[in-house]
Design a protein around this ligand. Structure first.
Ligand code: NAP
Length: 499
């Protein structure tokens, strides 16, 4: 079973031990980064080391990483190697020794094992296999290869290396950087010896490390194995996506052996080709790939084909099926509010749609032909004109909207979105009692537009309903199981209210 190893970079031996003792039992081991205690060895070095080794409460990796390999240690090499040998004599389960220093280290007493490590902070070299072979030839009990991923495609040879060797030679292979995160989260699926995690946000020893609580509580790291199905969101940027939190919570709730990852992707076609053989079963697709993904599908839903944009990929028996859950989810949120306002059916109502970007496009296609009058207003009028022509609607510039008296107002501009929360796309005087106001923006939870609409007696629908609705429909497309909608909404609300 792949172990979870937390890297400790505290500045005193007491703090190292106290951090170690505070960790839950699912953290199998810790890496004690002594180069964060000492840049050159102080007189107390041996006593400090002894204290740590005698008071450890789980297996430890002792590491004194020199500057040339990305660590902080600047002292003489002889001192460093002597202390590593001493760590072995004191019963450290593992010591980390760099590939270019292992020959000088010499013999160490059993049962301590050597993690022979190779780091490359510039790139993913083409000869990972050769590096692995060299480390094995140097007598490594565990081989560690950590290389920088400049693109998510760089993770593929790293995962392939793990798959080839993980079951025979204990191997740690990790892609550093945000793009490399899948190699950390999927260590258990590919048979890695361990995966490194940080103690907390901002306490990482390598770029891309994930805090241990998140790795276990959100991604359920300890349950991921060779059979685990893979899902994720394809986006760029992806770091702030809420989708991993809501879909992983949903998988856990219904007891599926599945994990959902953030994939920072630049080339969606190459990504699909590379990850599909690794049990990839489904994807959420978001900015900027919704349109580029559509032609990469084997089959497209009718709506997705008409819009030319997808937000959902399901992979079944090797075939890619693309669909769009944005549209039905937005319509459901809107129709719910219209029903509460007594405005159904919408066939004779006037709908004013603000914005002409991706969100507006989804809603415009959903509403086309279903409402009495659809007017699209946008800051860049030419974009409104183009979208209006595509769906046979009217259009105008934002300066003319206060002359309109719509029954339904929908905001899909980003006005009012965090951090500019004190802005609204319309003057409050436009808002009348009985009107339906739907804001696509979901961060903050209640936008200024929705607050003013509520005060004016309008019936409101929030972007949260839309967001949760599209995610729930994706979950159902992938699994065929009813989505735990209340839980999904709760996860979103909790994350948004945390700010
Ligand atoms: P997008 O394609 O980038 O479009 C942005 C739209 O906002 C454009 O119409 C743009 O007008 C307009 N805009 C931006 N700044 C403006 C300003 N200062 N004044 C007036 N108009 C402005 O983005 P999108 O994907 O459509 O997303 C738009 C919003 O909807 C975001 O807040 C997003 O989070 C939200 N959204 C929510 C959901 C959900 O599930 N609830 C789904 C999708 C999107 P120009 O054309 O003139 O630039």
């Amino acid at each position: 079973m792949t172990k979870l190893c937390v890297c400790l970079i505290e500045r005193t031996p007491e703090a190292m031990l106290s951090a170690m003792h505070s960790l839950p039992r699912y953290v199998h081991m810790v890496e004690v980064r002594l180069d964060h205690l000492w840049q050159v060895l102080p007189r107390s070095a041996e006593a400090d080391l002894e204290r740590i080794c005698r008071n450890k409460d789980r297996p430890v990796v002792i590491t004194i990483r020199p500057r040339r390999e990305g660590g902080l240690y600047e002292g003489p090499e002889g001192d460093r190697l002597r202390l590593l040998r001493r760590a072995a004599a004191l019963g450290a389960e593992y010591i980390d020794i760099e590939l270019d220093s292992v020959a000088e280290l010499g013999e160490i007493p059993a049962p301590t094992q050597r993690i022979v490590s190779y780091h490359n902070f510039q790139q993913t070299p083409s000869d990972l296999e050769g590096i692995h072979r060299k480390a094995a030839g140097a007598g490594a009990e565990v081989i560690k290869i950590a290389v920088l991923a400049r693109d998510i495609l760089d993770t593929l040879p790293v995962l392939a290396l793990l798959k080839r060797h993980g079951s025979t030679v204990p191997t740690i292979a990790v892609s550093m950087g945000e793009e490399g995160m899948p190699t950390r989260l999927l260590a258990g699926k590919f048979g890695a010896f361990l995966s490194y995690a940080s103690l907390a946000e901002g306490r990482d020893t390598a770029d891309g490390q994930v805090p241990f609580r998140q790795i276990e509580e959100m991604y359920r790291f300890c349950r991921i194995g060779p059979e685990t199905s893979l899902f994720g969101v394809v986006a760029n940027p992806v770091a702030h996506s809420m989708s991993p939190a809501i879909h992983n919570a949903a998988f856990a709730e219904v007891g599926l052996d599945a994990v959902y990852l953030p994939f920072k992707v630049t080339d969606p076609g190459a990504f699909l080709d590379g990850y599909q053989p690794h049990d990839l079963k489904g994807l959420s697709v978001t900015i900027p790939h919704k349109e580029a993904m559509a032609p990469l599908m084997d089959d497209l839903g009718e709506l997705a084909a008409r819009i030319g944009a997808i937000n959902t990929v399901a992979i079944r028996r090797g075939r890619r099926y693309g669909s769009n859950t944005d549209v039905p989810a937005a319509l459901a949120a809107l129709e719910g509010a219209a029903c509460r306002a007594g405005l159904l059916p919408l066939g004779r109502r006037t709908v004013l749609l603000l914005g002409a970007g991706g969100a507006a496009r989804a809603i415009a296609y959903g509403l086309a032909g279903k409402v009495g009058r659809l007017i699209i207003a946008n800051r860049t009028v030419s974009r409104a004109e183009k979208l209006a022509a595509d769906v046979r609607a009217e259009h105008c510039g934002l300066e003319r909207i206060d002359r309109l008296r719509p029954d339904v107002l929908i905001n899909t501009t980003s006005v009012g979105m965090y951090p500019r929360v004190d802005e609204s796309p319309v003057p409050a005087s436009m808002l009348r009692g009985g009107m339906v106001v739907f804001d696509a923006v979901y961060n903050p939870l209640e936008t200024m537009l929705l607050r003013q609409a509520r005060d004016a007696g309008c019936v409101t629908a929030s972007g949260i309903e839309w967001f949760v609705g599209q995610a729930a429909a994706q979950f159902e497309t992938w699994t065929g199981v009813a989505a735990p909608r209340e839980l999904m909404a709760k996860v979103v609300m909790e994350r948004l209210s945390r700010g």
